[in-house]
Design a binder for this molecule. Structure first.
Ligand code: AHG
Ligand code: MN
Ligand code: MN
Length: 335
């Protein structure tokens, strides 16, 4: 049992030996993410004060407007990881291609790749609503000493060795797993220290919250429409409550604590939904499974999908185990 109020720094050291590949490198990597999280937190908190809000005028590979804080968060995470010389490659929502990292005194010696969504829920920035960061960590599959390659990033979610998110909310939290349960740390902004506040986080087996962008209802597949009607029906513990922030990280975080399901299905206007497999769905799926929840594309587990593209999208059903199973029942019945 983890002790509450342990600092994240202490926790990383204490738990290093329980990690199967324990070499200290993963600890350094989590430490680098901890540092970048604090820097980005500082920027997010300043967002209302200084004129850094608004689209940069550029669009990212998904054709969406990039906002300044997306770019800033992207830079901060990439810079921190490069400076610490602990990863051989980074893939980011904000970068068309993966970044290969090498230096003259470190010839492609690093083992890990990181995939990130540096700022999730970016449409919420200029209205003072919670945003987040999502990260996923793999061991490279190409030999050490060679340049990192696309296949190092296109690994199924099952191969993740760590994943986590930061939620910049009413308080800032870092939640992560290395495959041994999920732990949440809250930032004390006065001291700049994360403390273990939520040890061994688990999704309630079932819940009463469903989170979906119902504005897209007419475009949803029949199975999703039927499931939404089920959530709204007056019967047993239903109707459920609808809660949708529009920041995956925040919606997921609330549902993990209170019990609920998050859905971003495919639709007639988005053939594979919206969310990205590699740096949104897989890390959240890893955390969900480690927290006794479930994540699927409506039919199969997210983490079993073999990726084919860096920025690939996938339908996402994630949350309390029984609720995801119920949604899958409706999907199968309507197929
Ligand atoms: P991002 O800001 O990284 O592009 O991600 C936004 C995602 C996700 O966080 C959120 O749940 C979803 O987009 C909201 O999409 P809709 O506005 O289509 O509901
Ligand atoms: Mn996102
Ligand atoms: Mn993003």
């Amino acid at each position: 049992m983890h002790r509450k109020n342990t600092t994240l720094g202490e926790f990383i050291i204490e738990n290093q030996s329980s990690f199967q590949y324990s070499s200290g490198e993963l600890s350094k990597l989590i430490n680098a993410i901890r540092l970048a999280a604090k820097v980005v937190n500082h920027e997010v908190n300043k967002a209302g004060l200084v004129d850094i809000i608004g689209a940069v005028g550029d669009t990212n590979i998904q054709g969406e407007d990039q906002q300044k804080l997306d770019v800033l968060a992207n830079e901060k995470f990439i810079q921190t990881l490069i400076n610490r010389e602990i990863v051989c490659g980074i893939a980011s929502e904000e970068e068309d291609d993966f970044i290969s990292i090498n230096s003259s005194d470190n010839q492609h010696q690093n083992k890990y790749v990181v995939l990130i969504d540096p700022l999730d829920g970016s449409s919420n920035i200029d209205v003072n609503v919670s945003v987040g960061t999502i990260f996923s960590i793999y061991r490279r599959v190409t030999p050490i000493g060679t340049p990192v390659a696309l296949k190092d990033f296109l690994q199924p979610g099952r191969a993740q060795i760590a994943a986590g998110y930061i939620v910049y909310g009413t308080s800032t939290m870092l939640v992560y797993t290395t495959g041994d349960g999920v732990n949440g740390f809250t930032l004390n902004p006065a001291l700049g220290t994360f403390y273990l506040s939520h040890p061994n986080m688990e999704f309630p087996e079932t819940g009463k919250i469903y989170s979906v962008n119902e504005g897209n209802y007419v475009h949803f597949p029949q199975g999703v429409k039927d499931y939404i009607k089920y959530c709204q029906k007056e019967e047993g513990d239903r109707p459920y409550t609808s809660r949708y922030i529009g920041s995956l990280v925040s919606d997921f975080h609330r549902n993990m604590i209170k019990g609920g399901i998050y859905l971003y299905p495919k639709s007639s206007i988005a053939a594979e939904g919206k969310l990205r497999l590699l740096y949104e769905c897989n890390p959240m799926a890893f955390i969900a499974e480690q927290a006794k929840g479930k994540a699927s594309n409506g039919f199969d587990p997210i983490m079993d999908i073999i990726p084919t593209e860096l920025h690939q999208r996938v339908p996402f059903f994630c949350g309390s185990k029984k609720m995801v199973e119920k949604a899958e029942e409706f999907m199968k019945a309507a197929k």
